[in-house]
Design a protein around this ligand. Sequence first.
Ligand SMILES: CC(C)(COP(=O)(O)OP(=O)(O)OC[C@H]1O[C@@H](n2cnc3c(N)ncnc32)[C@H](O)[C@@H]1OP(=O)(O)O)[C@@H](O)C(=O)NCCC(=O)NCCS
Length: 196
Amino acid sequence: MSVEDNRYPLTSDLNGLAIEIAMMGAADEADVLAFARTLPPHDLLFLRRDITHPKVMQAWTRQIEEGSIVSLLARREGQLVGCSAVVRDEMSWSPHVGDLRVLVAPGGRARGLGRLLIQESFRVALGLGLEKITAQMTVDQKAAITAFEGLGFKPEALLRDHVKDGTGQKHDIAILSHDVAQFHSQLEAYGLTDMF
Ligand SMILES: CC(C)(COP(=O)(O)OP(=O)(O)OC[C@H]1O[C@@H](n2cnc3c(N)ncnc32)[C@H](O)[C@@H]1OP(=O)(O)O)[C@@H](O)C(=O)NCCC(=O)NCCS
């Protein structure tokens, strides 16, 4: 299974704003690093590693080249305004599980871009044949929880004091998940499997 050929780049009309969604590649590394550095540090806590470090960013693009990460970038008038990633580890005991990550520039939030990136990444995950998708976030990310729950994700776990910010303060992490295999059988019941 693979990401749908020829789907990206695509332009989506988000309430009158033209947003271009494209696959991220090594050539985007500097752009994404600069974008990450504009974000409030608290918004990056859900990621396992600090993507404002060039070495972490290099590892990200290496994993894209190896195929363990599929990342999408959202641009408005050429300016990066959001990104997402589906991360999987085919050598682990969970090759059927993917973790979905999404980030939107603070100035571009609450206009549907987060939802669009989650929808597109979900589609990527389906194309990769993943059976379960997880998403994790600090518990105060209300928009993230609303967006994921709105797309059928359910709360699965709460990890207390799981991440430490730059000041040493600890934060809880919520893990939501989506059972794609069950979603597929629901589509089958409606005769809609040809859609994917
Ligand atoms: C999560 C995030 C990507 C959402 O981006 P966004 O562009 O604001 O999302 P949307 O505009 O599509 O809104 C998503 C939903 O949240 C709701 N929402 C938006 N802002 C909200 C807020 N401040 N409080 C509560 N709900 C909010 C919207 O109404 C929408 O609900 P709907 O899908 O039922 O219509 C963005 O807030 C972000 O980058 N947060 C920091 C990183 C993070 O925590 N990522 C999630 C980890 S996977």
